[in-house]
Design a protein around this ligand. Sequence first.
Ligand code: ZN
Length: 112
Amino acid sequence: MAAIYNLVFHLEACKEWDKLSEWQKRRLKLSSKKLYIGHEKREGWLGELPFYIFWCHECDHCAKDYPHGDITHQYLVCSFCGVSHRFVPLKVFWLTLFETIKINFQLRFSRK
Ligand SMILES: [Zn+2]
């Protein structure tokens, strides 16, 4: 059996996964959505970080991680197989959407 990428996170992911309703599990499995489960502070960390659980379609396991990378290019790493998954925080999604609408408006009204 291959080594588990992050055993601690994997075991915690399984525990969180068990708490979900069947509907939530199905929804996460069918999409690439990440479910926020709360902020946690680990030993040696300066502050709390948001944690998410998600379904990894690469290895077919539930996974748990916190976002890595800078705010516009974040990713979560599968705690089981170590594959990176693109992650767009809701805040960034709305900001991008707002910017897109604003630019479209400016273009429309500046073409007169
Ligand atoms: Zn995986």
